[in-house]
Write a protein that binds this ligand. Structure first.
Ligand code: ARG
Length: 259
């Protein structure tokens, strides 16, 4: 995770970012700190990445890599405003002894990639940020099959805004954000998925992190928290209203280090 010390909304690279809206960086920091503490209270270890000036989106640490089986496949950001973030992630992994595979193809790490442990499957989004060629590159880098899913709604520009892994076998997703073919694919692979709706997605309720029991979720997504409880999980709500102004929430802040 990376503290939002330099968080602002000073450019627009997704429909949520409005540069005329004021951002309270101190409030963003307090909210982010609450998330760190909630994750630690549940028994998880949090490693910190040093925030850098002039990289206001660095708080969204999930976008810097996809880590599976102890190997990091690095990001290559689509927009120039975020491109220098990749080097900070690479430096962190290399200096902490993690094998790191640099990407040649455009991809935004866990923004568009996630991993389902049971079947050993990588799920990958394309359509707005990550290039489909990066899906093949990730399969080769990590030695795991990749399922390509096409995103169709510009509000939901990253896979992690509309799909989350809940445990070793199941996921939750908002079907309306995918093309009809990708919806069919998800139905076939995950017939027992928890289905979310547009209200859940707009509240960034799918931008959650689950450890298989606790589901860390944005406070605004009250309906989604109820669905998680009904599905047998323990929702842990954290208010990240400031970060939503940049089009991100819980999952965007957490890069999962899968050993
Ligand atoms: N402002 C950031 C961007 O548009 C938000 C990234 C959110 N991260 C995520 N994993 N969805 O790139």
């Amino acid at each position: 995770m990376c503290s939002p010390d330099h968080f602002t909304v000073e450019y627009t690279i997704n429909p949520w970012m409005d540069t005329t809206q004021p951002v309270d960086t101190d409030l963003a920091k307090r909210q982010w700190t609450n998330l760190v503490e909630a994750v630690q209270a549940a028994g998880h270890t949090v490693h910190l990445l040093q925030p850098e000036p002039n990289l206001p989106d660095m708080v969204f640490a999930a976008n810097g890599s996809l880590v599976v089986d102890g190997v990091a496949y690095g990001a290559k950001f689509r927009y120039p405003q975020r491109q220098l973030e990749a080097a900070a992630h690479e430096k962190w992994f290399r200096s902490h002894g993690w094998p790191y595979v640099a990407a040649e193809e455009t991809n935004e790490g866990e923004g568009d990639f996630t991993y389902v442990e049971g079947p050993g499957l990588i799920l990958a989004g394309w359509g707005f940020r990550t290039d489909g060629r990066a899906h093949a590159e990730a399969a080769d880098a990590l030695g795991r099959p990749v399922v390509s899913l096409r995103l169709a709604d510009p509000r939901f520009y990253h896979l992690d805004t509309v799909l989350a892994v809940l445990d070793d076998h199941n996921i939750t997703y908002y079907p309306g954000a995918f093309t009809p073919g990708s919806q069919r694919l998800l139905e076939r692979l995950f017939p027992d998925a928890v289905i979310a709706d547009e209200v859940d997605a707009e509240a960034f309720g799918l931008n959650l992190v689950s450890d298989g029991h606790n589901v860390f979720i944005n406070t605004e997504a009250a309906g989604m928290a109820k669905k998680m409880a009904a599905a047998g999980f323990n929702p842990v709500s954290v208010d990240l209203s400031e970060l939503k102004k940049s089009g991100g929430s819980v999952k965007c802040c957490i890069s999962e280090l899968r050993s």
